[in-house]
Design a protein around this ligand. Structure first.
Ligand SMILES: *Cc1c(COP(=O)(O)O)cnc(C)c1O
Length: 408
């Protein structure tokens, strides 16, 4: 008789493995490679580049007037801020729970960041936002829908209207998501999306900037490095809009190339289906995780039609020793979680206290408390529901052995 072993269940799939690029996208990339014409402006007469077509198609998807494809979401945010008129020394509101490229884009403009608290559901704190928006000389709000958590956009727009604030949205995790039926990224003056590998479309790196504002778009196109080929863009304002600014805006070279655009266009066609596939996994995991004592996913507003490409939850402790034991034990069993409470920024998590290149970082006790116990997990589409079940089971086992009991 075999010896009874009590080996704990292990999870062996990779949390960083996305689905392969589809065959139509590969075919389209091969066509670009065979042509030797990879630069967006390297087209023959009357030919339209893949990048110009992607811009047109993404603008149509968003219901926006204009779209510009950029090298990254970070560069799209930088161009959006500059093109909207942000000047060095301006003060820009930003939620304190976001990813490093967002403060980076603000820093790149020479503006000052005004960090705003978040609440227990990971979205921006309206009271803190309203108070800071009312301060003198605050004109801008770079709002990050971090990890896909969308605040009540009706209230956001109300505050922006009241205080005369221009809203720019960071939609790196909300491509395809909506608030009350309206697409995330269609609220602000401009919105920026990422096509970096871990986002909702994958071109390795890449970004998309959308707006309805012709002056903003004309400036962004020239800033991005149009070499005065702006007439080759399909999703752009009339030539007359460029005329007065074409020699006043420098070239920052932040363009997307045709190879990336070629693999993104087929992905845009299936974006909504992919979003539903993420949500089936997310909702399954969320219901399982919420049954585990000591751990909770905040309730989401029914008006928030999110895309669950990752999941966040808080532990019932802020004790770093316990949290590290929890994370390490999960990892030993193959479940890779990130932690926003780490004092040192690691991987894709970062706490605002590590953006030391700003000299005015505030104390934000609520955000500190929430981040201290916040875990984060990717949900790649290479996982199926059975994988999600195994993951939830492992987290439940580890939580039972490591986390403190609930208060009596
Ligand atoms: C990934 C990400 C970005 C930036 O994307 P890049 O394309 O890598 O520059 C911005 N904001 C958030 C919240 C992100 O997760």
């Amino acid at each position: 008789m075999p010896v009874q072993t009590d080996q704990p269940m292990m999870f062996s799939k990779s949390f960083t493995r996305q689905e392969p690029i589809s065959q139509p996208a590969i075919d389209s990339a091969v066509r670009v490679l065979q042509s030797g014409r990879l630069h967006r402006y390297n087209v023959v007469k009357d030919e339209v580049s893949e990048t110009a077509l992607l811009e047109k198609e993404f603008a149509a998807y968003m219901g926006s007037q204009y779209c510009l494809a950029c090298a990254s979401c970070g560069s799209a945010m930088y161009l959006a801020l500059k093109s909207a008129g942000v000047r060095p020394g301006d003060r820009i509101l930003c939620n304190a729970y976001t990813l490093a490229p967002v403060p980076g884009a603000i820093h790149n403009t020479g503006a000052k960041i005004i960090l705003v608290e978040i609440t227990d559901d990971y979205t921006i704190d309206f009271d803190d936002l309203a108070a800071k928006a009312a301060e003198k000389d605050v004109k801008w709000f770079m709002m990050s829908h971090m990890r896909g958590h969308i605040a009540d956009m009706d209230r956001i727009m109300e505050i922006c209207r009241q205080q005369g604030i221009t809203l720019i949205e960071d939609c790196a995790h909300t491509m395809g998501a909506r608030w009350n039926g309206k697409l995330s990224g269609s609220f602000g003056t401009a919105a920026c999306f990422s096509t970096q590998t871990y986002k909702h479309m994958n071109s390795g790196e890449g970004g998309l900037l959308v707006t309805d504002d012709p002056d903003l778009m004309a400036r962004a196109i020239i800033y991005s490095g149009s070499y005065m080929n702006y007439d080759r863009h399909l999703s752009r304002p009339d030539d007359a809009v460029f005329e007065s600014i074409r020699e006043l805006v420098p070239n920052y070279s932040c363009r997307m190339d045709d190879l990336r655009a070629a693999i993104l266009r087929p992905q845009l066609k299936i974006l909504d289906d992919q979003c539903q596939r993420w949500n089936r996994r997310y909702q399954f995991l969320e219901s399982r995780l919420n049954q585990i004592p000591g751990l909770f996913c905040p309730k989401r507003d029914p008006k928030e039609q999110y895309v669950g490409s990752s999941i966040q939850f808080n532990l019932n402790t802020e004790d770093p020793t316990v949290i590290l034991r929890f994370l390490d034990t999960c990892l030993l069993r193959g479940v890779e979680l990130k932690w926003f409470g780490n004092k040192r920024p690691v991987g894709f998590t970062s706490a605002y206290s590590s953006w030391k290149y700003f000299d005015n970082l505030p104390e934000l006790p609520n955000t500190d408390r929430i981040l201290a116990g916040m875990c984060d997990m990717r949900i790649p589409l290479t996982f199926d529901l059975a994988d999600c079940e195994s993951i939830a089971q492992i987290i439940a086992d580890v939580a039972a052995s490591v986390l403190p009991r609930e208060p009596e």
